[in-house]
Design a protein around this ligand. Structure first.
Ligand code: TIU
Length: 226
């Protein structure tokens, strides 16, 4: 059974039983002061607008039995999964693995690496720890999705043009149909956010679809069968 979601570039036929809501990297390291996002010179307050829409879709997905998956970008404490190119990148004073106010920057187990309390995973919801920007790279995400019969993804999280877009592209090439939540994603650069969303659904859906949280919630609630 599919339900219709009003989306760009045209309606998305969502099959809730074959869909996963993938929330990307809603970690303290990206949305709170003193973490990785701030260490890269960004105004982290720009990302907070996505929290409420993601929370609303999260509640609707949980209520309607849609699989919820969370990802976290980060590294092992011994940095053995951090490639040198990523470690060296940039000219900032604070790097991945350095101490910060929320513990070591982007390191698993540190406070900053944790998912924000507003969107904290419930027991049973898979949490994917990823060393790269894409959620498929060097993770078991694809195995989990195939094992559960998932063919469609609703993508949300941060940042739109970095980890969300990389994951969108990885998923698209693997044959998943993707819908990006336009108000459930955010960037430190509003112009990149807009362009990334436009790119996702340009050329009649080159990477997939884009829709606001309200359209997804309304489709799940009304269950308009198509
Ligand atoms: N810097 C930036 O925009 N993003 C990241 O480094 N990671 C994610 O997007 N999660």
């Amino acid at each position: 059974m599919t339900i219709s979601v009003a989306a760009r570039p045209y309606e998305f036929k969502l099959d809730p039983a074959r869909t996963a809501f993938v929330i990307i990297d809603m970690q303290r390291d990206f949305v709170e002061p003193g973490g990785f996002g701030a260490a890269l010179g960004n105004d982290v307050s720009k990302l907070r607008a996505a929290i409420e829409p993601i929370g609303a879709v999260l509640a609707a997905c949980r209520a309607h039995g849609v699989l919820v998956i969370h990802t976290r970008e980060g590294h092992r404490p011994d940095l053995s999964d951090l490639n040198g190119a990523k470690h060296r990148r940039g000219r900032f004073a604070t790097r991945i693995g350095d101490d910060g106010p929320m513990g070591r920057i982007l390191i698993r187990g540190a406070e900053g690496h944790e998912i924000i309390s507003e969107l904290f995973p419930e027991p049973g919801e898979p949490v994917i720890d990823k060393p790269g920007k894409g959620a498929f790279y060097a993770t078991d995400l694809e195995t989990i999705l195939r094992g559960r019969g998932i063919t469609q993804l609703i993508l949300a999280g941060v940042t739109t043009e970095v980890c969300v877009h990389t994951t969108l592209r990885e998923a698209n090439d693997r044959g998943f149909e993707c819908l990006v939540l336009e108000d459930g994603t955010a960037s430190y650069f509003p112009e990149f956010h807009r362009a990334a969303l436009d790119m996702a659904c340009a050329q009649d859906g080159i990477f997939g679809w884009v829709a606001p949280s309200a359209a997804v919630i309304s489709a799940l609630q009304t269950g308009a069968v198509t």
